[in-house]
Design a protein around this ligand. Structure first.
Ligand code: GLC
Length: 666
């Protein structure tokens, strides 16, 4: 590897844009030689901040984490002066954080469970698709409110080169908003406006790589050794070839291989994702420190939830798959502590699109937590498997695994997001039912493309790999439920079924343990958008199929119950309102599955502080009976308002029930 000597005072345009950096003349005395530090609080006092109270708060938080943070940092970097610089900068970012955010920090420090409440409902969207730009989003906050959403995930909005952006996941400047979307000031205003309305804001922190247009990458390309050492450069193909033996491919057809040859400088650079996304080298403490400063800069814009993008990939080691290595956990744990010191109101959401055994370690332990929240990706994929097979067996098993985990672990549940569906299912179990991995993936892809006779779904494949036979799938929830096909064929009965299926899936998703997140457009049943094929910057990436612009004309129909939009919006509204009024939906509730003795019927129970709810979901189009025997009192179905007994319950095709146990007062 071509390695330059890392300067400890490396200055970049990112850092120049950063005021606190420039003010950071004084050292946090003691951190330089922090082995000897007896009292980090006193140490923070050495900054000479006029406000003693601030210094005290920071000092206390630092004291809580200092030893562990230092220990982990030294384990990776063995670099005292860089650690001292980190502590120094943390204090500067703490001082820079505005009073409103500091108030929120102390409020949430006292109420650590704040995000586990039953009113928590997310929605993710691209700013341009949803409302043109940041100001547009601000003007649509009432609509967000109508969707009962109190957390919005703004898809990547930082500076990125047109046509080489991977949907914004190739960041060229971590301190600049894409011009067409607005400015940092607009972001400050948007987060403040959201906070006034009780809405949390989430953004991506794309830390595995930068765009090849990032200042560091440009300098590296000019041959500056210090900047080259922030990436993985090789002057011949030997080591890249060794890596390729053990590192799988993320985009086998759209971006094969994990390295890109740069003829202009005669080097290979590591590019796990697209060739224009250069992997950062976290062995270099300058990379870690500066990325943390970027992180804190963004947190200080009023971001409540930071999604750490592609986190399993951030540490690379020859002869390994370069995924989930133990140093990744060291880094995430350090990020968690840095958050708790400077911005304890901020949540870390890890993006780990892998099987449960790999996802769960990212929660850390109860004593040493890492992420606050993680995506429930296997459940999502298993849900769609269940839609295709109409057999809930695997889903029940998957839910049992999640339900058996400690309640401190908070999952984000979703039906669709901006990415494709990789069919990451429990093939070991499916094998026992005679379903092989390759043939089953083929079946699911055929089904969802609408190639099988019983399918009403529409969508496209993504990264179909001719070598492994693997392919992933793209499409919106509505299209996968049959709304697109029924609309095209103007088949009212089929439309009715499709809408029922779509609502049932949302009702089931709301019952899962964790926090539900809607994908913008799903609330009005928006279908696939095929126009991406006309845009040369998008045509090769079929994920744009489900990244269409919000259709505000159709959204107007949401008040008309005779339209698809109205049925979806009002149906969801009922579910959302139930969820936010019934305490039994808090994430700490006990959640379990109940055997129905019918292949297509899923039953989920929830219990919290004396309240019990039983949900039944029919994944088939036929009326079925759930042979359950929960004869422990009277129940009411919260959807129809009818009294019911949860004993041998009839569930219409694609129907569902939310049966709540009546208490003595009820
Ligand atoms: C994440 C994003 C995906 C992107 C990748 C590379 O997986 O969800 O859209 O392509 O990271 O940044």
């Amino acid at each position: 590897m071509v390695k330059g000597k890392a300067k400890t005072n490396g200055k970049t345009s990112d850092m120049e844009a950063q005021k606190p950096e420039k003010q950071a003349k004084k050292k946090v005395s003691g951190t330089q030689d922090s082995k000897a530090t007896a009292d980090p609080a006193a140490e923070a006092g050495a900054h000479g901040a006029s406000d003693d109270k601030l210094t005290k708060i920071f000092g206390e938080r630092l004291r809580r984490h200092h030893d562990e943070l230092r220990w982990l940092y030294m384990e990776l970097y063995e670099n005292d002066s860089m650690f001292a610089e980190l502590c120094d900068q943390m204090y500067r970012f703490y001082l820079e954080r505005n009073d409103e955010l500091k108030k929120l920090d102390s409020k949430r420090e006292k109420d650590k469970e704040w995000y586990k409440q039953n009113d928590m409902l997310g929605m993710m969207f691209y700013i341009d698709n949803f409302a043109g730009n940041m100001k547009g989003v601000q003007s649509r906050l009432d609509y967000i409110g109508q969707c009962n959403v109190n957390y919005i995930h703004l898809m990547p909005f930082l500076e990125t080169p047109e046509g080489r952006s991977d949907g914004g996941y190739a960041v060229a400047d971590f301190r600049k908003v894409q011009e067409k979307l607005g400015s940092m000031e607009d972001l400050d205003r948007l987060t403040a406006a959201c906070h006034k309305k009780g809405i949390n804001v989430c953004m991506d922190f794309v830390m595995n790589h930068t765009s090849e247009d990032h200042e560091w990458a440009k300098k590296a390309r000019e041959g500056d050794g210090e900047y080259m050492s922030r990436y993985f450069f090789f002057d011949n193909g030997d080591i890249p070839a060794q890596y390729e033996r053990t590192v799988p491919q993320v985009f086998p057809t759209t971006a094969p291989g994990n390295f890109t040859w740069l003829p202009d400088i005669g080097h290979y650079v590591m590019t796990t994702f697209y060739p224009y996304q250069w992997d950062l080298n976290y062995r270099n403490p300058r990379v870690f420190n500066d990325m943390m400063y970027n992180f804190l800069y963004l947190a200080n814009r009023g971001i409540d939830i930071i999604r750490i993008d592609a986190v399993p990939y951030i540490w690379k080691e020859l002869n390994t798959p370069c995924r989930n290595l133990k140093q990744v956990h060291t880094i995430v744990r350090m990020m968690r502590m840095i958050c708790e010191i400077i911005c304890p109101s901020v949540l870390l959401l890890g993006e780990v699109v892998m099987e449960p055994e790999k996802v769960v370690p990212y929660f850390g332990t109860v004593e040493k937590p890492e992420c606050h929240m993680l995506y429930n990706v296997t459940t999502m994929a298993t849900t769609w498997h269940t839609v295709a097979t109409r057999n809930v067996k695997l889903l029940k098993r998957q839910l049992d695994i999640v339900n058996g985990l400690p309640k401190e672990y908070v999952f984000l549940n979703y039906l669709r997001c901006h990415d494709d569906i990789g069919w990451g299912l429990d093939y070991g179990t499916l094998q026992t039912e005679g379903m092989g991995e390759r043939s089953h993936k083929q079946y699911l892809n055929d089904y969802f493309q609408g190639f099988t006779e019983d399918s009403t779904s529409r969508g496209e494949l993504y990264n179909a790999d001719p070598v492994t036979g693997d392919a992933r799938f793209c499409g919106t929830t509505a299209s996968m439920c049959g709304i697109e096909k029924a609309g095209f064929e103007q088949d009212e009965a089929a439309m009715e079924t499709a809408v029922r299926k779509d609502l049932m899936l949302h009702a089931y998703m709301f019952m899962q343990s964790g926090i539900p997140v809607l994908y913008s457009g799903d609330e009005i049943g928006q279908v696939n958008d095929y126009t991406y094929k006309e845009d040369p910057n998008k045509a090769a990436d079929s994920r744009y199929l489900h990244r269409g612009a919000m259709n505000w004309e159709l959204a107007k129909n949401r008040t008309d119950a005779d339209t698809v939009e109205g049925k979806m919006f009002q149906g969801l509204d009922q579910l959302e309102k139930i969820r936010k009024t019934e305490k039994v939906f808090v994430t700490q509730a006990d959640t379990w599955t109940i055997e129905t003795w019918d292949d297509s019927l899923l039953c989920i129970g929830r219990y919290y502080e004396g309240e019990k709810l039983i949900g039944l979901f029919n994944f088939s189009g036929e009326d079925r009976t759930a042979w359950i025997k929960e004869a422990d009192g009277d129940y009411v179905d919260l959807i129809s308002g009818n009294r019911v007994q949860p004993v041998d319950v009839q569930v219409p095709g694609y129907g569902f029930l939310y049966m709540k146990k009546l208490t003595a007062q009820g």
